[in-house]
Design a protein around this ligand. Structure first.
Ligand code: HXC
Ligand code: NAP
Length: 291
């Protein structure tokens, strides 16, 4: 869908880029000419991903795996320094790293609550702050892309630490999009619906629930990783330069279906609609005051 040099020479730092959707974005960015840094806790996973992508894509740009725990601000600064040593600059930060699992909230220990909030919310603002300070010092235009979810604004039971954190990341997106625009730093978010990944499915989808999830999606299917990769590529490219503070939902219509009062009428048959129409038209003909 894009020219193969869409992201030529851009240096893009993706937290959690070794697996799942982070890997899908790294793949697409490399195909489009970017240099990519993938950073997370498990260096061996990152190195394996880097080797596989190099073999599969033979990218023009290079891929740098970096060990990083986004909860640690000093470690974020160090990862930024290593990026600058290798590439001399960085143009885009993608806050993608996350931790999450389903659980009734009352079963969580305070540590379990902390671990998710620390990865998702603290991790995202740690990276944003360190990269933002660097870009402002250098007077460099740059871009941040945050990966949230649709329950950042609807909220959701059974993933409350994640919902709180993603809501915070969305608020950060809209706040800094305005505050840092004067420095030429733009900030947007993507809100994916269900995209099967090992990380998410193993922690969030109890047996037998996937089918029910799909039934909630008007398009009747889950997302394809390449669809997310292409959207992210557009949002980090120069062609989306005037988009700022936006959150783009990519969920097949899922959250709106849950929100719209009468969307549950999907199940009515044509015969039932005929009966309903007759009932409604009949009601319209009855004279006022007849009861
Ligand atoms: C209750 C749990 C638990 C569970 C862990 N804990 N799993 N409590 N139910 N299922 C508790 C532990 O008992 C411990 O508390 C505390 O949480 C920390 O657990 P650790 O295992 O020590 O933490 P850590 O090794 O740092 O692992 C972090 C993690 C893990 C978040 C728990 O799942 C992880 O590494 N996740 C990274 C990848 C990930 O989550 N990907 C999915 C993103 S998908 P105590 O008090 O016992 O010490 C996503 C999609 C959203 O966000 C939308 C989908 C549609
Ligand atoms: P995933 O494969 O589990 O990705 C999460 C990544 O975060 C992992 O690569 C993990 O790597 C990294 N990570 C976790 N803790 C970290 C830390 N402290 N420091 C640095 N990196 C850390 O899951 P995914 O489904 O691709 O999720 C990617 C993003 O999409 C997340 O923001 C998630 O909330 C969002 N999302 C996913 C879906 C979906 O359906 N899949 C839907 C909506 C939103 P390490 O273990 O190596 O650290």
């Amino acid at each position: 869908m894009f020219k193969t040099d869409l992201l030529k020479d851009k240096v893009i730092f993706i937290t959690g880029g070794g697996t799942g959707l982070g890997r899908a974005m790294a793949t697409r960015f490399l195909e489009l000419g970017a240099h990519v840094i993938i950073a997370s806790r498990k260096l061996e996973v990152l190195e394996k991903t880097a080797a596989e992508l190099e073999a599969a894509i033979h990218p023009v740009g290079s891929i740098l795996p970096l060990e990083l725990d986004v909860r640690d601000y000093r470690a974020v600064e160090s990862a930024l320094e290593q990026t600058l040593e290798k590439f001399g600059r960085v143009d885009v930060l993608v806050n993608n790293a996350a931790g999450n699992f389903v659980s009734p909230t009352e079963r969580l220990s305070n540590k379990a609550f902390d671990v998710v909030v620390d990865i998702v919310l603290r991790g995202s603002y740690n990276c944003t702050l360190a990269f933002g300070k660097h870009w402002i010092d250098r007077q460099q235009k740059a871009r941040v892309l945050n990966i949230v979810t649709t329950y950042a604004w609807t909220g959701s039971g059974y993933v409350v630490p994640s919902a709180i954190s993603k809501a915070g990341v969305l608020a950060m997106t809209r706040s800094l999009a305005v505050e840092w625009a004067k420095y030429g730093i733009t900030m947007n978010a993507i809100a994916p619906g269900p995209f099967p990944t090992k990380g998410a499915w193993s922690r969030l989808v109890p047996p037998g629930v996937e089918e029910k999830m799909v039934q909630r999606i008007p398009l009747g299917r889950v997302g394809d990783h390449s669809e997310l990769g292409n959207l992210a590529a557009f949002l980090v490219s120069d062609f989306s330069g005037f988009i700022n503070g936006e959150v783009v939902t990519i969920d097949g219509g899922e959250w709106l279906k849950g929100a719209g009062e009468f969307n549950l009428l999907d199940f009515l048959s044509q015969e039932q609609w005929d009966l309903m129409e007759a009932q409604v038209r009949g009601a319209g003909k009855s004279k006022p005051g007849n009861g």
